[in-house]
Design a protein around this ligand. Structure first.
Ligand code: ATP
Ligand code: MG
Length: 583
């Protein structure tokens, strides 16, 4: 597929207009100087995200525009946010909980989630968001691992999912409820009442840059979720990567569609947009194509950060709905979380007049590492290039166990990073061995396989566990999935390897079809033929199975390991983050 060239007018004024120059001159010390910090060397994420802007005269600017399910709007200016987060910090302090306290949230995207996160950080507490659709078991696991002391949740969620497991959470001291109708249930407090009685003045706790700030659990795509520990210093990376990878400018209206229950929804759904002083949109409701187009239009969204699953759902509905809206304010679109098929990048051009810009990172890295930034030519299917301050490489394991960086372009190897950027995890909580295993010979090993081309663009191949070995070939599921996605009938596809006596593994594809298509033999033959033509017989799938839906994590990632376990009748493993399961 041809590269999408940027015109001079696309590039002018982009934050990363001069990639090589910026990369050469970049240092994390300088990036830190973009922020305030405190004169004693302390650094606090919430100060940088909120109070700094009020001090700099941005108090009246809308920081968060919150859209309720019924589409009523509620605006919080930076000054409002300062006052509200101060109140929450005072509520915590009043309960004797401050520095180091573990504060968890378990709720949908209500304003209190954002206020709670930033207020907790102001008080020096550690914040851990949990996705509201989790059942009691994953909630108990996450709260036990992190020794949760405070939980902010809704009265409904408390009664439905927490009350019964409370006895299993001995560290939990305080439960703060929103949406209390009448008196708060026994053992809980009404957060609204506490907030109303708290002072809007608070002196932000001077946390050290290395103090723990956030605990984020990984998506659980490949196994049991890990609790990644992040520190206040991470804000330096949140801030600067928002500028470089998402091209945030102060006059932007930015919409990150991820839920804060996942790291994207915190790093780029709370911290980065606010440190960059933009107006950010929060939509309380779940995905709905019509609603999303309406929000993009009505709110005049200029920078939009979303995910492949959502893009594929929009694609399912065709380009017509996009064309019916005035989306002239949209300047930059990007995607993260899963490989973005070239087909989806190009669909962006057809529907919105611009490509989706893929970028790559992980819960562990805390921020965007590799990106298609605004000023670069986009090669559909590539994740882009490492950001300033990030050195990435493709490494191969040698026979003696040491690592060697691949020098030949397009060699498949582990995607690895040189540690040292501020938002890198500092630990997997209580899992030192698992953590230490990630670092070998001065590299952080991501667990993903990728390639790098002669222009320095990185290409995702698959997760280490998902790569298929067939007749001496290493087949990346992404390549096969992308070829099938080109077929007009395919809405979604997950590819796995099935053990085979002759060739080691054969490729099997699970396909969900677009509306109006029927999964019959004729279509199967057509798909097999299409794949063989595109990929050659060695790489093309041998078997195709039609599914109504593919198993996905709640953050929207296809769980190939589950497709495989089910196919082979193996144990399903940890499925705490599994969402759609309709077969
Ligand atoms: P777990 O580690 O628990 O199995 P997870 O890896 O899905 O879950 P996250 O940290 O949320 O948890 O996701 C990071 C992973 O998502 C990356 O390692 C990569 O496999 C995938 N990913 C993220 N962005 C991209 C991208 N742009 N292209 C391809 N894969 C991506
Ligand atoms: Mg992972």
């Amino acid at each position: 597929m041809q590269a999408i060239r940027k015109r001079p007018e696309d590039v002018a004024g982009a934050n990363l207009e001069h990639y090589h120059k910026t990369r050469t001159e970049f240092s994390w010390e300088q990036a830190r100087k973009m922020l305030d910090g405190f004169s004693d060397g302390a650094l606090n994420i919430a100060h940088e995200a909120v109070d700094r802007h009020v001090a700099n005269g941005l108090g009246d600017k809308v920081a968060i525009r919150w859209i309720a399910k019924d589409e009523t709007r509620l605006d919080f200016t930076y000054a409002d946010l300062k006052a509200q987060t101060n109140r929450f910090a005072n509520v915590l302090s009043g309960l004797g909980l401050g520095k180091g306290a573990r504060v968890y949230s378990f709720m949908g995207r209500a304003p209190e989630l954002y206020i709670g996160a930033l207020g907790a950080l102001k008080a020096g507490a550690v914040f851990c968001p949990m996705f509201s659709a989790f059942g009691p078991e994953p909630v108990t696991a996450r709260m036990s691992i992190g020794a949760a002391e405070v939980l902010i949740t809704t009265e409904t969620l408390y009664k439905r999912k927490i009350a019964a497991i409370r006895k299993d959470l001995p560290d939990l001291k305080e439960v703060l409820l929103i949406g209390c109708k009448g008196d708060a249930p026994e053992g809980t407090r009404d957060l609204g009442a506490l907030m109303a009685g708290a002072s809007p003045e608070f002196a932000v706790v001077h946390t050290a840059p290395e103090d723990m700030a956030l605990l984020h659990f990984t998506s659980g795509t490949t196994g049991r979720p890990k609790g990644a520990v992040h520190v206040h210093e991470a804000v330096v990376a949140h801030h600067v990567t928002g500028r470089y990878a998402l091209d945030l400018h102060e006059d932007d209206v930015f919409w990150c569609t991820a839920d804060p229950g996942w790291v994207t929804g915190t790093s780029y759904g709370i911290i980065s947009p606010l440190t960059n002083g933009v107006t950010m949109i929060v939509d309380e409701a779940e995905f709905d194509a019509d609603r999303w187009y309406r929000i993009l239009e009505t709110e005049k969204v200029s920078v939009w950060y979303t995910a492949p699953t959502a893009i594929r759902m929009l694609m399912k509905a065709g380009i017509e709905p996009a064309k019916q809206h005035d989306l002239s304010h949209l300047r930059f679109m990007s995607s993260v979380g899963e490989p973005l098929n070239p087909e989806a990048v190009m669909w962006g051009v057809a529907a919105f007049g611009m490509p989706f810009h893929d970028n790559w990172w992980q819960t562990e890295t805390g921020g965007i590492m590799i990106a298609n930034y605004a000023s670069m030519d986009v090669k559909p299917g590539s994740m882009g290039k490492p950001l300033p301050g990030i050195s990435a490489g493709i490494v191969e394991k040698m026979a003696d166990g040491t690592l060697r960086e691949a020098t030949k372009p397009m060699t498949i190897g582990q995607l690895a990073l040189r540690p040292g950027w501020p938002s890198m995890m500092r630990a997997y909580l209580h899992e030192d061995e698992r953590y230490n295993k990630c670092f070998v010979d001065g590299w952080y090993l991501s667990g993903d396989l990728a390639m790098c081309d002669t222009d320095g663009y990185f290409w995702f191949v698959g997760r280490d566990d998902d790569v298929i070995k067939s007749a001496g070939h290493l087949i990346g599921p992404f390549e096969v999935e992308s070829a099938l996605m080109e077929h007009p009938s395919v809405a979604e596809v997950g590819v796995i390897g099935i053990p085979d006596e002759t060739v080691g593994e054969v490729v099997k594809a699970f396909v969900a079809l677009k509306p109006g298509f029927e999964g019959n033999d004729e279509l199967m033959l057509d798909l097999l033929g299409h794949a063989r033509k595109r990929l050659g017989p060695a790489v093309a799938p041998k078997i195709i199975a039609f599914r109504k839906n593919l198993p996905k994590t709640r953050s929207g990632k296809i769980m190939r390991r589950l497709l495989k376990a089910r196919e082979l009748g193996l144990p399903e493993g940890d499925i705490s983050t599994l969402e759609s399961d309709e077969q």
